[in-house]
Design a protein around this ligand. Structure first.
Ligand SMILES: Nc1nc2c(c(=O)[nH]1)N[C@H]1C(S)=C(S)[C@@H](COP(=O)(O)O)O[C@H]1N2
Ligand SMILES: [Mo]
Length: 511
């Protein structure tokens, strides 16, 4: 009799494998059930979302700066690594008995449960997903553990080994089918919804982009950014899927006539088309988090006038389908010439899902985190004391106009040919306008750049200049002056709490 093996119980790797497969089954079961109640209630995603929300802002910033837009993938992979380590721990404590591992699996289930239960955007039904995870995890763990133990207990036979291997493969296959089924049914088919809303025709097109509005040939971006190149920022790990047919927008709070509007209600209003630049407060000096598009939608000031904003309303508090919120000053959105809008379309198509389909807010001149709510479902007129937008308790500013900035797009850091060099870039002071850009080599005199034709004060402005660069290492620097006459400060400020300041430079090696 193989008593030695009996005493030491399961080999660590077998016990860990049982733990890993139980976790896999738990995640798949949760994912499947979530698909039918609330897709983002999938415990894996809910835990990920909660990690994002609970992380200190320095950590979130570090993630964004280090991994850029891949930060979400890194987070989900990070959670996977933690789960794998947990499986190892489950294995280590369960070599003789199933009970300790069962408790650990249940404890992980409880974490999923807590994450889903505390997510503000999830309804009560959502709890069904982590409950399914917990039950599936515990059940699979105990069942597979029994099978595994059969292979070392008493007279281990080839038959018991085969049965354990077969059961393990069965769990993998079952989890795969459940996970994929969940994925297939997770929410409405939004691409189909986008494809069937039909053209969004403005009553008046945006004025055509004038000739010479960019210096793309010299290395600046094009004036209008393609949807594919438009920067993307959101806290949700996967963009919520909201179909136009199921969507509605509620306008309420301090208004005389609360409104609830369907997608068709909105799109059958007179639509405006506006070329607007949107930028992110997290954009470092010289960074890429700024883009421009032709947005089609409804004038927000007009819509609010219809609802009748009451005296004392200070904040337009917007809520996304995914629970993100932003507070925008009422006096800014209601300015007649602010051109704030609820956008339905972007560059000739319905909003892409990652940019907020079916509808989002855009307020020229304000950073996105206080104004550009995507997957918009609710607008409440309220006071500053009553509500706080998502980023405010996380240490970001409540009032956040975009700071005047400029960026060198060409040349990039690195080699240039000594002599005359064309320096080209972008400047922006949305809703204010750019009046001048200057460039200098090292600490030399500032030289006026040529400005591209302005589309409007609400869009970025391209510029270029010819400067002499002698051989050797040199620093090229730019600075912009906006229409109030203010020139960008050299003083460096970090992105938090209200946007970076400082001059952008590139280092060139002229040969
Ligand atoms: N629902 C939702 N809307 C959101 C955000 C978000 O995290 N969730 N981020 C805001 C921020 S910080 C910015 S800069 C803009 C970015 O919009 P874009 O992804 O279309 O460029 O969306 C805003 N709207
Ligand atoms: Mo942002």
């Amino acid at each position: 009799m193989d008593t030695a093996r009996d005493k030491s119980g399961l080999p660590l790797r077998t016990a860990a494998l049982v733990g890993l497969l139980a976790l896999l089954a738990a995640l798949a079961a949760g994912h499947l059930v979530a698909a039918f109640v609330e897709p983002t209630a999938s415990p894996y995603l809910a835990v990920g979302d909660s990690v994002v929300d609970l992380s200190p802002s320095w950590l979130v910033e570090f993630g964004k700066n280090t991994f850029g837009t891949a930060n979400k993938l890194v987070l989900l992979l990070g959670i996977a690594v933690v789960l794998a380590l947990f499986a190892l721990l489950i294995g280590a404590v369960s070599r003789r008995r199933a009970a300790p591992g069962t408790w650990l699996v249940a404890a992980l289930g409880a974490i999923g449960l807590a994450a889903v239960a505390t997510r503000p955007e999830l309804g009560q039904l959502a709890i069904a997903a982590p409950v399914a995870s917990l039950l599936a995890g515990v059940a699979v763990f105990r069942w597979l553990y029994r099978r595994a133990f059969d292979t070392v207990e008493g007279f281990p036979t080839n038959a018991s080994r085969r049965r354990f291997i077969g059961s393990s493969l069965g769990v993998v296959a079952g989890a795969g089918v459940a996970g994929l089924t969940g994925q297939a049914f997770a929410g409405p088919d939004v691409e189909k919804s986008r494809a069937t809303v039909g053209p969004l025709v403005p009553s008046r097109d945006a004025p055509p982009i004038p000739k010479g509005a960019d210096f793309a040939a010299s290395g600046t971006p094009t004036l209008v950014t393609s949807n594919r190149d438009f920067y993307t920022i959101h806290t949700a790990l996967i963009p919520p899927r909201v179909s136009a047919a199921d969507w509605s927008l509620r306008i309420h709070g301090m208004v005389d006539r609360p409104l609830t509007l369907s997608y068709d209600d909105l799109r059958s209003r007179p639509l405006v088309e506006r070329t607007l630049t949107l930028s992110c407060v997290s954009n470092p000096v010289g960074g890429p988090l700024i883009s421009t598009a032709n947005f089609v939608g409804v004038d927000l000031a007009g819509l609010l006038a219809e609802a009748g904003v009451q005296d004392g309303a200070e904040q337009l508090y917007s809520t996304s389908h995914d629970g993100f919120t932003a507070g925008t000053p009422v006096d800014v959105v209601t300015e007649p010439d602010r051109r704030a809008m609820i956008a339905l379309g972007m560059n000739g198509e319905p909003l892409p899902v990652s940019h907020g389909f079916p509808a989002r807010m855009i307020v020229p001149g304000l950073y996105g985190f206080v104004s550009a709510t995507k997957w918009l479902v609710d607008l409440e007129l309220t006071t500053w004391d009553a509500r706080q937008g998502y980023w405010i308790p996380r240490g970001w500013a409540r009032e956040a106009p975009v700071k005047t900035q400029s960026r060198i797009d060409a040349p990039a850091d690195g080699d240039v040919t000594a002599g005359e060099v064309v320096v080209a870039g972008t400047a922006w002071a949305p809703h204010v306008g750019i009046d001048a850009v200057e460039v200098r080599v090292d600490d030399g005199p500032w030289q006026q750049a040529e400005l591209a034709t302005e589309v409007s004060a609400d869009t970025w402005r391209m510029w270029r200049a010819r400067v002499r660069v002698p051989s050797g290492d040199h620093l090229l620097t730019c600075r912009a002056t906006d229409r109030t006459g203010a020139t960008q400060t050299r003083q460096r400020a970090p992105v938090a709490p209200s946007g970076a300041t400082g001059w952008h430079s590139v280092t060139v090696v002229a040969r």
